[in-house]
Ligand binder design. Structure first.
Ligand SMILES: [Zn+2]
Ligand SMILES: [Zn+2]
Length: 397
């Protein structure tokens, strides 16, 4: 901690005293001070900042109550704060409301003035007292002040909810209901065919989704170069894909919902000049993506063109029959891509030689691959082959 060794002059205003103290701190050459000393300094400064905020709030209360703004053209203390202190409308309103509420909270006011917690902590105590109204007691204030001195804002918020639930459970239920009303989800598609997801969930809905996404993401594998955001996006798609695969979703138009791919055999066998495949709800997709989707017929391909009748007749041979899938699970025990440990439930059956190119649906031509590695093999062009030791060898493109 820096000893500024400062004595105020007899004729100085408090602001000159503060400025001189600050000036001495600013003049200190920090490179000459061990970095480890900064911690104590920052704690001390934070107390001063908190104390300054408390003093600002105390003066604002006097200004607001006494109509100090009337000496200017501002019509309210809130308008004055926006005008002179550049607060946003919501921040200015919050400052005024908090200053009013703290008037009836002596313990919080004192601890705030001592610099024991930040303005945001004081505001959270004030808002809790406002919600509790007549039910706010000195005992409750003691609990909040003690918690605010120890906890960060998110933990303090948990304490405020628990406290309110003890004193006034109806108001907590009311908050939850209001928050539930504000839920929404929008899924919009751009001209490029990209989907944007935007939404808001109440705390229970969010917790359900978070739990499911966490379960699907798991801890990242060593070679997993995806960002956390990419992993979450993949987990959400995986969640939906499994629901479609599991066939437990309600029927739509008399059918179990499934992804419909429309592609010519020419496209699936990647003949030059063939059309792009189409996916219901989405833009045209590249042939290789259609081949991946059609690789394991957990997703139903729909065919068109002259070959469609032959394909329809031969289609059953492309579905990996349940008995063969069980055999694959027993053999592969999960994704077979070198180094991957995704469990069987997360995998597709991949045809090493695609059935559209004449590859048979037989165990020696099949390997289980997780979604990410299936994508790597099709869209990213990695090549797979069985090695002499029975392991799958993956070659980068
Ligand atoms: Zn495949
Ligand atoms: Zn894998």
């Amino acid at each position: 901690m820096v000893d500024v060794g400062y004595q105020p002059g007899p004729d100085q205003t408090p602001y000159q005293d503060m400025n001189q103290g600050l000036q001495r701190l600013r003049e200190e050459e920090l490179e000459a001070v061990p970095a480890s000393c900064m911690g104590d300094d920052m704690e001390e400064l934070r107390r001063h900042i908190n104390g300054c905020e408390a003093e600002f709030t105390r003066r604002l209360r006097r200004f607001d109550k006494g109509g100090g703004y009337a000496a200017t053209t501002a019509l309210t203390a809130k308008a004055w704060l926006r005008w002179k202190c550049n607060f946003s409308p919501s921040n200015a309103a919050d400052r005024v409301a908090v200053s009013r509420e703290l008037d009836s909270l002596p313990q919080a006011t004192e601890a705030f003035a001592d610099g024991d917690f930040s303005y945001q902590h004081a505001a959270m105590i004030a808002r809790t007292a406002e919600k509790l109204g007549d039910k706010m007691e000195a005992n409750a204030e003691t609990i909040l002040v003690t918690a605010a001195k120890e906890l960060d804002l998110s933990r303090l918020h948990i304490v405020t909810v628990k406290l309110r639930h003890v004193i006034d459970p109806d108001s907590v239920l009311d908050d939850a209901n209001k928050s539930h009303e504000l839920r929404f989800l929008s899924l919009s598609q751009t001209l490029d065919g990209v989907f944007y997801l935007n939404g808001r969930l109440d705390s229970v809905g969010g917790a359900i989704l978070q739990t499911a996404l966490n379960a699907l993401s798991g801890p990242p594998a060593l070679d997993d170069e995806r960002t956390p955001k990419q992993r979450r996006a993949d987990a959400l798609v995986e969640l939906a894909r499994r629901q479609l695969d599991g066939g437990q979703l309600p029927e739509v138009g008399g059918q179990k919902p499934h992804l419909v791919v429309t592609a010519d055999m020419a496209t699936l066998s990647k003949q030059p000049g063939s059309a792009a495949a189409e996916l219901e709800w989405a833009q045209p997709i590249p042939a290789e993506t259609a081949r991946r989707i059609a690789c394991d017929c957990s997703l139903t391909p729909v065919f068109q063109g002259a070959e469609s009748h032959q394909v329809a007749a031969g289609r059953t041979s492309r579905v990996i029959p349940p008995a063969m899938r069980r055999a694959l699970v027993a053999r592969d025990k999960g994704c077979r891509f070198p180094g991957c440990d995704r469990p069987p439930a997360w995998t597709d059956g991949h045809h090493l030689k695609h059935w559209a190119d004449g590859g048979p649906t037989l165990p020696w031509n099949l390997a289980l691959l997780c979604g990410r590695h299936h994508n790597r093999v099709h869209e990213e062009g990695w090549r797979l082959a069985w090695g002499s030791d029975g392991e799958l060898i993956a070659e980068p493109p």
